[in-house]
Design a protein around this ligand. Structure first.
Ligand SMILES: *Cc1c(COP(=O)(O)O)cnc(C)c1O
Length: 373
């Protein structure tokens, strides 16, 4: 039995009629960019994320870029973030002309280690971007404390973590901005690219709306240079259909994660693989990914083996960002961020999507056991 890493068709089958009805409505309206469908979704996402405002944008990457732009962060400024994240987090900082500065990660959550942030702060530091990787919140209290003390903006990269909670608070509502992605493989995905920025400050929300439309503050009147970061109605309509299902999908992912935990233990594999760990602080982990670590340099061979027998798996991420060729000018070298580097050599993601079955998980664990034993 083949086990895909993700099966979007299985989810679509459960909501097809509603989606097609939405398509037909939007086609009849011929209203495609921003407008009532986007405004409706913005209200829904703001409520879901316990934030005062949500502003629809073109992607998660653009959500990060526009947040930095609204803050006027650019050349000469430094932004502290994690080296263990999807490229876009760091790409956004460079795209606005600022300089990324890395702080190593915590080995339990893979998120930025708050105890390593303060030593990186200089007179040029303007912001911190914590990432809630794989669907588990970074340790936000100490991050917010550091930001307050040094007068820094906090932009939460919540692209993998919509609905995740930190001590009962939804991610994206804790920092100054929360950035979300609706890329199809995220827990809430649309039929293309889409994103959202949440915030609690009405001034920031106003500026986000101005910046996403080329900095236009009145009709063809531009107080700023923004960009085209507008979300379209078709994506918003799809997301409004999907959002009411998100909690049940995230709960299914939690159930699937718990089942993997049990199956790995039953297979006697706990000395060969290390399972995803919950943070020491209270979280709601939404398992955008279920990542195990494989020791003894066997990760790449295991990934190749599983793929060879039709089991989907992926490596998030194979190279710490300070070692990426395009960031060579930042001067990062091997050994700079040992926790991140160690994770890149051992981590791999297994199929965890909501519709995946117990039989599929057994197949995955059996195949791993057979290979590692
Ligand atoms: C997916 C993702 C992004 C980028 O989102 P896009 O919508 O693909 O542009 C940014 N940061 C993280 C951590 C992500 O997982």
């Amino acid at each position: 039995m083949a086990v895909p890493l993700l099966d979007l068709k299985a989810q679509y089958a459960t909501i097809k009629e509603q989606i097609l009805k939405e398509f037909s409505e939007i086609a009849d309206s011929q209203y495609f960019i921003l407008g009532p469908k986007v405004e409706k979704l913005e209200k829904e996402v703001a409520a879901y994320c316990h934030s005062n405002f949500a502003v629809g944008v073109t992607s998660g990457s653009d959500a990060l870029i526009i947040s930095l732009m609204v803050e006027g962060i650019g050349p000469g400024d430094e932004v502290i973030t994690t080296p263990f994240t999807f490229f876009a987090t760091v790409g956004a900082i460079v795209r606005v002309g600022a300089t990324p500065v890395f702080a190593d990660i915590d080995p339990v959550t893979y998120n930025i280690d708050p105890s390593k942030i303060e030593e990186k702060i200089t007179a040029r530091t303007k912001a911190i971007i914590p990432v809630h990787l794989f669907g588990q919140s970074a340790d936000m209290d100490p991050i917010m404390e550091i930001a307050k003390k040094h007068n820094l903006i906090v932009i939460e990269d919540a692209c993998q973590a919509i609905g995740a909670e930190y001590k009962g608070r939804r991610v994206g509502s804790i920092g100054d901005y929360g950035c979300f992605s609706f890329f199809p493989s995220k827990n809430l995905g649309c039929f293309g690219d889409g994103g959202m920025v949440t915030c609690n400050d009405p001034e920031k929300a106003k500026l986000l709306k101005i910046f996403r439309n080329h900095g236009q503050s009145g009709t063809y009147m531009h107080d700023y240079v923004g960009g085209n970061f507008r979300l379209d109605a078709l994506q918003a309509g799809i997301l409004s259909v999907k959002l009411p299902h998100l909690d049940s999908w995230s709960e299914a992912r939690q159930h699937n994660a718990a089942e993997y935990d049990r199956l790995f233990a039953e297979a006697g594999l706990l000395d060969k693989v290390s399972l995803p760990k919950k943070a020491a602080y209270p979280v709601r982990h939404i398992y955008n990914q279920y990542c195990i670590e494989v020791a003894d340099g066997k990760r790449d061979a295991l990934v190749a083996h599983l793929r060879g027998i039709g089991i989907g798996c992926a490596v998030y991420y194979p190279l710490s960002l300070h070692l990426q060729h395009c960031f060579a000018a930042l001067g990062g070298k091997e050994g700079d961020y040992p926790v991140s580097e160690k994770a890149t050599g051992r981590i791999m993601a297994l199929p965890i999507y909501p519709e995946s079955t117990t039989a599929q998980r057994k197949e995955v664990v059996d195949a791993i056991a057979a290979f590692l034993k």
